[in-house]
Design a protein around this ligand. Sequence first.
Ligand code: AHR
Length: 331
Amino acid sequence: MKKLVALVLAMMLVLGVGASASALTVAFSQIGQESDWRTANTDDLKSAITTEGWNLVYDDAQQKQENQIKALRNFISQGVDYILFTGVVTTGWDEVLKEVNDSGIPLILIDRMPDCADKITYAAAFGGDFVEEGRRMGYWAGNYLKSVGRDQEQINAVRLEGTTGATAATERTQGMDEALKDFPNIKIVASQTGNFTRAEGQAVMESFLKSQPDIDMLFAENDDMALGAIAAIKAAGKVPGKDIIIIGCDSVKAAFEAIVAGEMNATIECTPLYSKFVVSCIKDLEAGKTFGKEVQHPEEFAYDATGGIAYTADGSKTTLKAADVINDRKY
Ligand code: AHR
């Protein structure tokens, strides 16, 4: 009997039965490293995959779509077990994602969704609700102005948009414009891309400060651009957070620090931490479970200096105080 058990175990080892999860190879096509958010997103996924004992094939596309297309084709020829994908821009993925589908490798979409999502097959999708994040930026601004008695005042706002053509940028812009219809005293007087980076956020804010004589408010579609803009505002002799109200998006630790220092006013959360969803999704897929096409959004909050400012259309969600959570924020 003992000999039979040993023989069966040996055969299982040779055939790889029961060892599939530990032998997985997970490939990840990342956009680049443009922001603190992106660094946290990369670290989170890389470390979770290796902690599981899975092999990681990682590619940093350095913000270039052609690099991502090349990486996806490499993943296919390597015959990886899973592909994690977020696209630097929304369009232009139809052909390569069809090739991924033809290879039979399960595709997991994270963060930014491609516009061809309804035409391709994917195993699951996890990402932020960017339209809602944009709306929240607008609602926070309008409700904050009310709370300080400035809701009848004409407010000149400038906007730093994210990377042109990225869903995170176009959808945040869309949501913000939608919300601001409820606050006609806030007028966007200039809006330009800062490419989601501190350096470009700073440069574009410098030019806004030269071309716009009277800026009361800044909407930055990510915290990095807000932080770059703070440097530009200081250099122009103005006081960030006071002369110019600054609203960012992401809720990275550096933004909490700026809020606590009084140099920034609010940040709307967009979590970079997808590893817990992705790891359990892969395990579920290995066990034969399937997921629908719906994008799963994590629960997200908003933070400011005082707490208690409503940031949703129905007023049901109010801000948390950045100072209360800063020590728990890891990125
Ligand atoms: O796609 C998510 C966005 O991309 C984050 O808001 C931004 O910081 C990042 O670069």
